[in-house]
Every structure is written in C-alpha cells, then in structure tokens.
Design a protein around this ligand. Structure first.
Ligand code: ATR
Length: 280
C-alpha cells in the first residue's frame, strides 16, 4: 500500500522538502508519496485529523505550526520535549501522533560534516534569533558542551524565555539586539536563525568586523544560499556554512522514521536542490 507523507505549513508552496523526499522515494524504490499541504492556523487540528483518517504515516511541520502541533501529539520524544517544537510527526497504526524534532541533529550534523576540524566542546557561540529554529540551535550547542552562548534577539523577552526553557546551568548570556555588533569578540561560531537575509526580507544589518578570522559563520537561511551575512563573512576569510545542508540533514531522520531507510545526501540530490534554488 502507498505510504503517504507530506509537509504541513502556511505557506508551503516554496518548500524544497517535496523535491528531497520524492527523490529518496524514487532512489530507494519505496511506494510512497510526499506532498506539500497548506493548512491555515485555525484549521490545524481538523486538517491533521483528516490526514490521520486518510491513512498518512507521518508528516513534516513548518512555520507557523511547529509549536502548536506539539499540543496535538500524543507524545513527544526527548528532543522535541526539551526544544518545545516539533518538525516531524509519525502516525502509528492506531492513529496516534508522535512528535519529533530533527532540526537539532540536522543543524549539528551539518556543522560537523562541513567543518570537521571544528571541535565544539568548550567553545563560545553567538546565536541570533529566538524562534523555533533558535531553540533547536541553542539546544544542540548546549548539548555539545559549548562553554557559553550569547543569545541576541530583537525582542529581548523572547530570548529570555528561550534561555529560561533551555539553559539549566547558566551558560546562556542575553545581549540586546542593538549591541549585536559588539558581542562578537572571542566568538568561535556565529549562527543566524532569524529570517533576515531571506529573499524578500531585509538583510541582516550586522557589522562582523569584530569577528575573529577563525570564527565559523552559519546562516540557516538557504534562500538565497549566499546571504549578505555569508558574503560578508566569506570576503573576510571566515569559514561559512550555508543553510541548505541543515535542510537536507533534518530530512534524513524524518524519512527514516516513516520509511525505515536512513537516506543519503548524495551529489545528485544536492545538484537537484541547487538547481531548484537557482531557478526560483
Ligand atoms: P522560526 O520558528 O523559523 O525561528 P520565528 O518564530 O518567526 O521563526 O522567528 C523569527 C526570528 O527572526 C525571530 O527571532 C524574530 O525576532 P522577534 O522575536 O523579535 O520577532 C527575528 N526577526 C524577524 N524579522 C526581524 C527583523 N526585521 N529584525 C530583527 N529580527 C527579526
């Protein structure tokens, strides 16, 4: 029987996830489908129930549903519970919903594979943003034993709330958004999790002049692939990490959870996705 999966969000038409999962379904000759499904916030509960009734085995979750969907799940795995956001749901044969968060591993695995010489333990990071993506990134860095992490968000209270939820041992320092340029000395890793720099959004207005030449700069925005932040960092000689890898790496465990195969990110998939990005 065809095993149906998909992505729920609002909007979802721009998503690259259907391209990624459909590629793997074909590559591993699995009888399945992956469809983008636009669900407005008010309809979330009814439409999710309809997916269960329709025999779906699971789905990914994107903006703006990542936090709300957690309340509709029957249980959450430890990571989703700790992060407070769900990006992958599996549905068992009794119609029960299980929430997972694969953004955490997607972020960190991509960092490790892109910059293998970068040892994470004992380092200092600056994280910009305080949304669902920032929660996943912060959780991952705390788990990897970063010594301290500076969290900077336009709305300071949101950053405080994230730190309160995730920081058990006082390793997160909050800095005001206006002071972001001055917070970069001694930073080993700068991560942008805000939507600034994304196509259609303002660029991230940040002077990275205070950053050490050895620092790694990671932007989780992948449209465009080379955001103004990454262009600036690359020109200074910093190692950069684009957001595309996180997208690909968070998809792998989701596919495994639904179809029982841990897929690979091969050159063919990367070039298919790059082509889509350039063409869009
Ligand atoms: P996600 O779950 O993908 O992280 P989100 O919850 O909408 O998405 O978070 C978007 C992030 O981008 C937030 O940190 C937001 O800052 P606020 O908490 O102050 O809203 C940040 N952001 C969006 N537009 C911004 C802007 N113009 N200037 C500064 N930060 C911005």
């Amino acid at each position: 029987m065809t095993r149906k999966t998909g992505l729920i969000g609002h909007p979802v038409s721009h998503s690259l996830s259907p391209v990624i999962h459909t590629h793997w379904l074909q590559q591993y000759r699995i009888d399945g489908t992956y469809t983008a499904i636009d669900i407005a916030p008010d309809d979330l509960s009814t439409r999710v129930r309809a997916l269960v009734d329709d025999g779906y085995v699971g789905f990914n979750v994107t903006l703006p549903h990542k936090e709300e969907i957690a309340f509709l799940c029957d249980d959450l795995d430890d990571t989703a519970q700790a992060v407070g956001a769900v990006n992958t749901v599996t549905i068992d044969n009794r119609g029960r919903l299980h929430g997972h968060n694969t953004d955490v591993d997607g972020f960190i695995n991509h960092l490790k594979s892109s910059v293998p010489d970068f040892h994470l333990s004992g380092k200092h990071a600056v994280v910009l943003g305080a949304g669902g993506a920032a929660r996943a990134v912060l959780y991952a860095l705390l788990r990897e034993d970063f010594e301290w992490i500076t969290l900077i968000n336009r709305t300071r209270e949101r950053a405080v709330a994230v730190a309160n939820d995730l920081d058990d041992d006082g390793r997160v320092l909050i800095v005001d958004w206006e002071k972001r340029g001055g917070a970069l000395a001694d930073t080993d890793l700068l991560v942008n999790t805000t939507s600034l720099g994304m196509t259609g959004q303002a660029p991230l207005d940040m002077d990275v002049g205070g950053l050490s030449p050895n620092a790694v700069v990671y932007d989780i925005v992948y449209r465009p692939l080379m955001t103004p932040l990454l262009q600036q960092a690359k020109m200074r000689g910093n190692t950069i990490v684009t957001g595309l890898g996180m997208l690909l790496h968070q998809a792998r465990p989701a596919f495994d959870a639904w179809y029982g195969v841990m897929p690979h990110v091969d050159d063919e998939l990367e070039s298919i996705v790059m082509e889509r990005l350039v063409g869009s």
